[in-house]
Each structure stands twice: as C-alpha cells, then as structure tokens.
Design a protein around this ligand. Structure first.
Ligand code: AMP
Length: 250
C-alpha cells in the first residue's frame, strides 16, 4: 500500500482562521514508513525556525482507487445516445432536471473547454466557478500499465481514448460527493461517450454526437453541499493510482 501524507501547520490558529503559516510537507510512502514520517513532520512543525506551530493538520490517505467496471449501453444514433445518457445519469442519482440541463450545456458548447464543468446533481446549477477552463482531473495513472493494457485488450477495448478515459473516470468516481460523470470526446472522429458513476461503473455509450463534430465536453455531477474547493483540490492535485478490484494485475 502507498499513502499520501500531507502536513500543514500555523501559529495563531488554522490558516483559514488567520493563522500564520509555519511549515508544510507532502510525501508518498509505503505503510511501513508512515509512523516515522508523521513523527518527523510533527517535530518539524513544532520546532520550526519560524516558530512553534499551535495548529497542525495531518492528512494520511491511501492513494489507490478502484478501476471502474466497464459495460456498454445500446445506442445507434446521437439521439439514442443522449436518451441513454439521461437514463444512466438518473439511475446513478442525478435529478432528471440536472441531467437534462447538463446534456443541454454540453450540446450548447460552441468550442471545447480544457476541463470539466461541475454541476449540482440536484439543481443542475454549475458550481465550480472555473469559467471556460473548467476543472481538470490530473495526477492519476494505472498501478501497472502493462497489466492494464492486457486487461483492456482482453476486454476488447482498444485505443487511447478508452484507456485514458477509464482511468480518469475511476479517479473522478472516487471523489467525495461524486454522483456521476458525463463525457463525450472532442475528437471529430470519435463519437463514443460515457456516463460513469461510483455505483454503476463506466457505461460506454457508442454514439453521442455526429461524426465530424469537433466539440466535446465533460460534466461532473456532485451531491448538493459538496465542498467544491476540496473537490477541485482532489481532482487537480491529489495523486491517485488506479487498481483493478480483482485478479487483474494493473
Ligand atoms: P477528450 O475525451 O480528451 O476528447 O475530452 C473531452 C472533453 O473533456 C474536453 O473537451 C474537455 O472539456 C474535457 N476534458 C479533457 N481532459 C480533461 C481532464 N483531464 N479533466 C477534466 N476534463 C477534461
């Protein structure tokens, strides 16, 4: 097992309450090195040249998340694909109103964004405040790339799109508050999309747009009252390794 260990310390209370920053540190470590690392960080915060911290936050998280199970919906046209996407989103816990709104938002894009929009899964309102950039999921990979490639090949899944999307969707589904993700590619020749959710896994939808259309997008639907700053930090900054749940050696 590998763990991410993060420490931040301040004097005069927590940072968010006006405390003065004393020191911070981040490590990725195997379990047997955790105790020593945590003690060293505590020591560092309390014996720092900038002063003795009276607020110390220590976060220890396992960095593995499970690979989502993969399955395919039926859809021969973009219209059928959109209907299937709404059904899948609703099944995963998104309100019908929010699902329809999200689909209309992606459909209405005139150019692709770099990242994803985050919507409240109940109201359908956009809550990330990241404008045209959106939120980018990054710092994720498979534990064992060769094992993952073998797994994809055995499952009849070819191409970089699905290889990257399944890892991305697995990290996204592991976020606190995540209900579902909707995506279709901005590659004009790749018309396939998906809805992914922690409960039903990665549901590939064969057709989500017309061939030749170079606009794609992503939406992350989250539970009402999800802490958006924490979510964005997890998606953009936290290192996550994706690991299959069963016999696979990824
Ligand atoms: P792609 O599947 O790479 O063609 O991307 C489709 C759309 O998903 C892009 O137009 C972006 O809006 C969004 N997107 C691409 N990469 C990311 C990412 N790493 N995190 C969040 N959204 C992304």
């Amino acid at each position: 097992m590998l763990y991410s260990v993060k420490m931040r310390s301040a004097q005069g209370g927590a940072h968010e309450l006006g405390g003065r920053h004393i020191s911070g540190a981040e490590r990725i470590l195997p379990g047997d090195q955790l105790d020593y690392a945590v003690l060293t960080m505590l020591h560092r915060a309390r014996e720092h040249e900038r002063g003795c911290a009276d607020f110390i936050s220590l976060k220890v998280e396992e960095i593995y998340k499970p690979l989502l199970a993969f399955s395919t919906c039926k859809a021969a046209t973009a219209a059928e694909g959109h209907r299937a996407a709404i059904d899948e989103l609703v099944r995963a816990g998104v309100s019908i109103n929010a699902a329809a709104r999200g689909l209309a938002m992606l459909n209405g894009l005139t150019d692709s964004m770099r990242g994803a929009m985050v919507l409240d899964a109940e109201s359908g309102l956009r809550i990330d405040g990241m404008g045209e950039r959106g939120v980018r999921a990054s710092k994720m990979d498979c534990v064992d790339s060769r094992g993952y490639d073998d797994y994809l090949q055995q499952s009849g899944l070819v191409g970089d799109h699905v290889r990257e999307a399944l890892v991305l969707a697995s990290k996204v589904a592991g976020a606190e508050g995540m209900v579902a993700e909707l995506c279709w590619s901005d590659d004009p020749n790749y018309v396939t999309g998906y809805v992914a959710s922690p409960v039903y896994g990665y549901r590939r939808i064969p057709v989500m747009k017309e061939r030749g259309n170079g606009v794609g997008g992503r939406i992350f639907f989250v539970r009402p009252n999800t802490d958006v700053a924490k979510l964005i930090n997890y998606l953009e900054e936290q290192v996550v390794l994706i690991k299959p749940q069963e016999a696979l050696t990824c």
